[in-house]
Design a protein around this ligand. Structure first.
Ligand code: ADP
Ligand code: MG
Length: 737
């Protein structure tokens, strides 16, 4: 008899086990039994051929419609005569059809009698624009001599496994069957009272049933149980993190009555939005607690997150602590630094003549801060003279010593890894600082619960400057060349009216083909059309349609001082003698950049960018609530999927709506992968998009289990799975670092 941990080789023999290990990484009985069926075919029913995807390993039930043998004389494209015989058959599901070709297997012609039904496994290819299977494995329903076929068709539901060219689904099914026959009853990792309360199947039954269900209903119940286990392990990991965090101590930083924070609120030129007010109160309470705050603030582009962060920062400074604002790019760090100093006015001139007597100092530290300045800044940080420190991940280096770090704010969290975030916290010994992470990429609740499950989540839903008045249009470059001329003309008009214009390209220059845009769910098979590049386009525009305008360029390869200088001149804009009117840049301006006077953006090759990326980019214009224009230029043809996607984006300014659109277009793995790798491997059945209620259930159960028994002493099997998941998350992070 066998256990889940046994080597598969010892249980089913080398001939079956070796290819599974080599091609699918399946080494133990447990690995094999966790290789779940992708779907089930029903013996009596034919597979819908319209659902086949080219490139996929498919197993289908179909009927032979016709067959013919093509003789020796067939000519290849080169004109040479190809040797051998080819048997060509057409399969049907009663509606559509599928071509099947066998090379050099003349006996197949006899088997493939019209009207016969069978199971065909192979890779779906395309030939002359039509789907086909080449050399598939065949098992006929009515074949009394085919022992394997008899076995396969013994069941009403035939499991179809994720397979490879080397290991067909039917081979996996046979090995699974063998392993299940040998398998001892498996102990249940879950507490029986949870199973009863949630009406879940027991583990042993579920594991057997998912591979050999009697009907779809049973298959669904087995899947539900096993997916729940995945959710529970994940939520237990998160519940343990929350439990651990609740046990940590932080210095309480309660609001003080006559501090900078109050002065600052008094100086604000506008009232807070209700959301800012509300989230602000929560954060103020969190900061006053003796346990570290762990809060995620999500809000669409332009919802005013920075102000919420700044008010939290000031509360901490008032309480005698320091606060760090971490930005993902130098451009953004620089901008935050400049803006904060501007907004704080005399409050940011602590210790200086003319500064407020209870003021503080705002320091900036990035990877490119010159050595001499860096030494001075490090000293200001170490002595506590600088109450607010803005920077990039340079702030995470060990050489940075804080006098009394009370709060870390991470801006544009989606640009940082989750593990990077915890590494930051763990770097600081003793009492933990409070943590506020911010993101403009809103995510649905169950995804947030899974990806950010160890954080409390707050959301800003309104935009202080009013609804975004950015109007977006898609321009098909190839089909509407006159629209391109019109676009440049419009750029010139904007500048003449005193406003700045962004032009965004996916690449820096023609001499490198490394794309600057990422995340575009482009068809990878499509030939790479030449995309626009910053350097060449800037030169072209300066020599042609935009001659006379002051054009600046910005991209990641510029020295930081150059970036800084061009951003400053762009911020100054057309009104300034030394200003820049038009900024041609890569996506370095994607996050957070705030140029109030910018009212137009042209995104070149917009189809190269992801949904949320385009939304972020577009959020750079119309920041002051003025009407603004965004042109999404594309070389994709009207009617293509890429063009349609851009139309969808142009049609709405609602970040949450777009996030949904984005998620729908991604595959499950990418959802977690983008935000948190290291989880993918443990989620085989669970879908964070579709299994919302299961995840909520598991979250409640995990919280209760962990509260009663944080180390899971009473549930050794669950503990084992949780520890393994924790280790996997850590090791993935270590590998990447
Ligand atoms: P995001 O959430 O995208 O980071 P910001 O914090 O950059 O948004 O804020 C967007 C703009 O709105 C900024 O110019 C900011 O000064 C302004 N703003 C923030 N809060 C308010 C408010 N309550 N009333 C008016 N304008 C505000
Ligand atoms: Mg921001």
């Amino acid at each position: 008899m066998a256990q889940l941990t046994d080597r598969l080789l010892a249980v089913v023999g080398g001939r079956s086990a070796k290819p599974l290990s080599e091609h699918l990484g399946i080494d133990t009985v447990g690995d094999l039994l966790q290789h779940y069926p992708r779907r089930y075919e029903t013996r009596g029913q034919l597979t819908d051929l319209a659902e086949l995807v080219p490139g996929e390993q498919a197993t289908i039930i179909a009927e032979v419609r016709s067959v013919r043998t093509v003789g020796m004389g067939g000519r290849g494209r080169s004109g040479r005569t190809r040797g051998g015989l080819r048997v060509e058959a057409t399969l049907t599901d009663g509606v559509g059809s599928l071509a099947v070709t066998f090379f050099n297997q003349p006996w197949r012609a006899k088997d493939l009698r019209p009207g016969r039904r069978g199971l065909f496994s192979g890779k779906v290819g395309e030939y002359r624009g039509k789907l086909q299977l080449a050399n598939p494995q065949c098992h006929f329903v009515d074949d009394a001599d085919d022992a394997e076929a008899a076995e396969i068709f013994a069941r009403e539901l035939i499991p179809v496994y994720p397979a490879t060219g080397a290991v067909a689904s039917t081979v996996i099914a046979r090995t699974v069957k063998l392993a299940l026959q040998m398998l001892d009853p498996v102990a249940d990792p879950m507490p029986p009272q949870v199973l009863a309360a949630r009406s879940l199947m027991d583990f042993d039954t579920a594991l057997r049933t998912i591979h050999q269900p009697d009907d779809q209903q049973e298959a669904r119940q087995a899947r539900r149980r096993l997916a729940y286990d995945e959710a529970l392990v994940l939520q237990s990991v998160l519940a343990r993190r929350r439990h651990h965090a609740a046990g940590l101590l932080a210095a309480p930083r309660p609001a003080v009555p006559d501090g900078i924070a109050g002065d600052f609120d008094g100086r604000l030129p506008f009232p807070l939005t209700a959301g800012q007010e509300d989230v602000g109160r929560r954060i103020a309470d969190d900061l006053a607690s003796a346990h570290p705050m762990h809060r995620l603030l999500q809000g669409d582009v332009g919802s005013g997150k920075t102000l919420v962060a700044l008010r939290a920062i000031l509360q901490v400074v008032d309480a005698g602590g320091q606060a760090v604002l971490l930005a993902p790019t130098e451009v953004l760090a620089q901008q935050h630094h400049t803006n904060m100093i501007r907004m704080l006015g005399p409050l940011a001139q602590g210790g200086l003549l003319g500064g407020a007597d209870h003021g503080t100092r705002v320091a900036l530290l990035t990877g490119s801060t010159p050595a001499a300045v860096r030494r001075r800044v490090l000293l200001e940080i170490a002595t506590g003279e600088a109450g607010i420190i803005v920077g990039t991940h340079a702030l995470l280096q060990d050489s940075v010593q804080y006098a009394d770090l009370g709060l870390i704010v991470v801006d544009e969290q989606h640009r940082f890894g989750v593990e990077q975030r915890s590494a930051l916290l763990e770097r600081i010994p003793g009492e933990r600082p409070h943590l506020l992470v911010m993101t403009a990429t809103p995510i649905p609740r169950t995804v947030a619960m899974t990806v950010f499950g160890d954080l409390d989540v707050s959301t800003l839903t309104e935009r202080p400057a009013g609804e975004s008045r950015v109007v977006s249009h898609v321009v098909a470059e190839r089909e509407q060349p006159s629209h391109i001329d019109r676009a440049w003309q419009r750029v010139a008009e904007e500048v003449a009216a005193g406003r700045q214009v962004f032009i965004v390209c996916p690449r820096i220059s023609d001499s490198d083909d490394e794309a600057a845009g990422t995340g575009a769910p482009d068809d990878p098979a499509a030939p790479p059309a030449a995309t626009h590049a910053v350097m060449e386009l800037a030169a072209e525009l300066a020599a042609g349609p935009l001659s006379g305008l002051r054009i600046g360029v910005l991209h990641g390869r510029l020295a930081p001082q150059e970036k800084d200088a061009v951003m400053r001149r762009f911020a100054a804009g057309p009104a300034d003698g030394d200003g820049v009117d038009v900024l041609v840049s890569t996506t370095v301006i994607e996050v957070g950049v705030d140029i109030a006077g910018a009212a137009m953006m042209v995104v070149m090759d917009a189809d190269r960018f992801g949904v949320s990326q385009l939304h972020q980019l577009r959020g750079r214009v119309g920041r002051a609530g003025q009407p603004a224009l965004c042109l999404l230029m594309t070389q994709a043809e009207t009617g293509s999927a890429a063009h349609a996607r851009l139309l969808d984006i142009a049609a709405t300014n609602d970040g949450f709506e777009l996030a949904r659109l984005d998620l729908e277009q991604r595959r499950e793995g990418d959802v977690l992968g983008a935000a948190q790798s290291g989880r993918r491997s443990s989620l085989r059945l669970l879908s964070v998009l579709r299994d919302g209620s299961l995840i909520e259930m598991a979250r409640d159960d995990a919280s209760a289990i962990v509260a009663a028994d944080p180390d899971l002493i009473g549930l050794p099997l669950l503990r084992e799975a949780v520890v393994a998941a924790e280790a996997a998350a850590t090791s993935e992070y270590l590998e990447k670092a």
